[in-house]
Design a protein around this ligand. Sequence first.
Ligand code: ADP
Ligand code: MG
Length: 699
Amino acid sequence: MSELQSDIQFLPGVGPKRAALIKRELGINTLEDLIHFYPFRYIDRSSITPIVSVTPDLAYVQVQGRVVSRNLINIKHLSVIVEDGTGRMEMVFFKGVKWNFDRLVPGATFLFFGKPQSFNGRINIVHPEVDAPQSDPSAKGTLTGVYPSTEKLKAGGITGKLMCKLERAALALCLPEVQETLPEYILAKYGLPSLPWALQNIHFPADMSALAAATRRLKFEELFYLQLSLLKQKYVRSRAANGLVMPHVGPAFHACYNALPYALTGAQQRVIKEIRADLSGGSQMNRLLQGDVGSGKTMVAVLSCLIAIGNGYQACIMAPTEVLAQQHYANIQKYLAPTGVTCALLTGSTTKKERKPILEGLADGSIQLIVGTHALIEEPVKYRALGLAVIDEQHRFGVSQRAALWSKGPDGIPPHVLVMTATPIPRTLAMTFYGDLDLSVIDEMPPGRKPVQTMLIGQNRLPAMYRFMREEIAKGRQVFVVYPMIFINEKMEDISNVEQGYEEIVKAFPLEEGYKVAIVHGQQNNEQKLFNMKAFVEGRAHILVSTTVIEVGVDVPNASVMVIRSAQRFGLSQLHQLRGRVGRGAEKSYCILVKDPKTGKDAQERLELMCATEDGFEIAEKDMKMRGPGDLEGTQQSGMPIELHIASLLRDGAMLDEARSCAQKVLDADPGLDRPQNLVLLRELRKGKYDIRDYSNIS
Ligand code: ADP
Ligand code: MG
C-alpha cells in the first residue's frame, strides 16, 4: 500500500486514540490528508523580544530568560519568574505542573514562547512553549508553522509541537511518492516550484522567500483548478450550441413595455439587452442577475419572459417561498394586463382541484407564464415548451434543482435560465461560485427612492422607540419587528425570543387601543404563516413580529419602520436585506437596530457601518472581511460551498484573476484537455475535489 493512503494512527506518537481525535476534529485520516493540512501562521523563532518591550497587545512573543524563582501556588498552579537583563516577567502553568516544576530549575536559561497578557497589572504568559535556549539566533530554518487547533486537540495532547513532528515524519515517508499536479508548462510559465518542494516548504520553510514561493504555488493550484473546473462546464455548455433560439421580441413585450407607468432605468435597459442577445444567440443562457433590493429585477424578469413567449415558448418564474410567489403573481398580472398573456400560480398549497387545469394548461401550452415555488419543477409538471425559467432569490436553489429544471425543456433542450439575486456578492466570490454563469448587474436604483434612516439604540431606548412606532402607525404606516432565527439543531428553530417579543409588543400595543399585531416564525405551518403574512401585506395588521422568514423579497410599500432586535447577531448582508424591506413606498422610512447589552466590539462596528452606508456592495465587501475565520482557529471561513485549504477567495483576488485567465487559456487551446501535457489536469479534475457542492448557500 502506498504511504500516502496509510492511516495516521501508525505515525510515532499517534496511536488509535489520538488518531480518532484528529480525525474527528480535523478530518485528517491519511498521511496524504496530513501533508495537505497547512500551518495558518508562522512564528519567526529567530527573533527574541527583550522582556522590557513585551506588551499585552503583541500577538506572540519569544523571550529568552533565566529562571529566578518557581512558586508552586497549588497542585494545579505553577508560577515561574524569569529575567533577561532588561526585566522580569511571570510564566504561568495550570497543566504539566509537576513536569515544568522539575525542569525549570532556578539559574537555568530557556526560551519561552506564547501570547503575553496582562493580569492584575502585570504581564505574564500562560502555558508558554518552553525550549532549550537559542545559541545562534541567526540559525536557518527558524520559521515554525502554527497549525489550526481546537480546545479538544490541545486537551488530547496534540500540541503544536507534536503536529510539527507528525508533519515531518509524514513528509519523510510521502514526499518520494507525491505526484506533480500541474503540467510542466504551467509551472514554467508562472515560475512555480514543484509540488513536493512546495509541500516541504509550506511546513518547514527554509526562509521567508521559500515560504512565499511555496504559498504561491499551493494557492495558485487551488484557484486554478477551481476555475478550470467551472470554466470547463461553461465551455462544454456554450460549445454545445444547444440553446433554444428566440429571434423575435414579439408583440407581448411591446404591449407591456408601452404600458409601463415609468421609464426603465439605464441599468434595466442594459440588462434586458444582454438577455435578449443570449436568447437569440443559439446557446443556452445561464445568467445571474444581481441587483440590490428595490432595483427593479421583477420588471426585467417579466420582459424576459415575454420575449420567450413572443417566440412561441412558455416561461416560468420561481420564488423561494409561497408568500413571495403569491406576491409576484399579483404584481405580474398587472403588468400582463395589456398583453393578453395567460398566467397561473402553482405552489405547494394549490389544491388538487385547482391543480388539474393548471397542469393541463402547461402541458398543452395554453398557459404561457407560470409563477410559483419549487412545485414548478417537480415531477408531474410537464410543459409543452418551456423556453425560459427565472429563479428569484437564488440562494435557496441547489444544484440538484437546477438539474431538475433542465430536464423540463422541449425535446431535451434545456430552457434558458435567469437567476436573480439581491445578495451583493463581492466580485471574487461571484467569479467562483457563479464561475459558470454570466453575470449582469443592475447598479442603478429607480428614481425617487428615499434613503432609509438607520439608527442604533440600546435597550434603554425601547420606550422611546415604542412612542415613535405609535406615531408612525398613527400616520397609517406599518412596522416590522424582526428577531434573529436561532436554531436548536438543524431543523428546530428556537422561537422563545420571538414569542417573548410578541408578548412584549402586544402589551405595548394592546388590542383594546385598536392595535393589531401579527407573528410569523419557522415553526408555524404553511397555512398559519401565509395567513399572518397576508394580514400584514394587506394592511390589516399594524405590526409584524417575525424571525428572518421575511428576509427575502416581501414587498409592503406601506411599511415605514424596520426594527431589528438583537441586531448584533446578524451578518451585515442580512441586515442590509432586511433594511431593504422598507423605503419602498413614498414615505420616509427608518431602520432601528436594537443591540443587546453585551454587544462585542466587532458587532458594534458592524452596526455602525450599517448606520453609515446604504451601499450594498460596500456592505458585502466589509462583511466578508469582518467575518473572518470560523470556529476552528485558523481555518477558512465556514459556510462556503467549497473548502479551500490555503487560498482565500477574499484575500487572493488578484491571484484568482491570474488563475482564471490561465485556466481560460488552457481550455481555449485544448477544450477537451486531450493533449498529453494536459492529462494531469483531467486526472486531478476527476478527483472531484473542486466540484462546488451547492451554488445556493451564499446569503
Ligand atoms: P427587486 O429588485 O428588489 O425585486 P422590484 O422589482 O420589486 O425590486 O422593484 C421595486 C419597486 O420599484 C417596485 O415597486 C417596482 O414597481 C418599482 N420599479 C421597478 N423599476 C422601476 C423604474 N424603472 N422606475 C420606477 N420604479 C420602478
Ligand atoms: Mg424581488
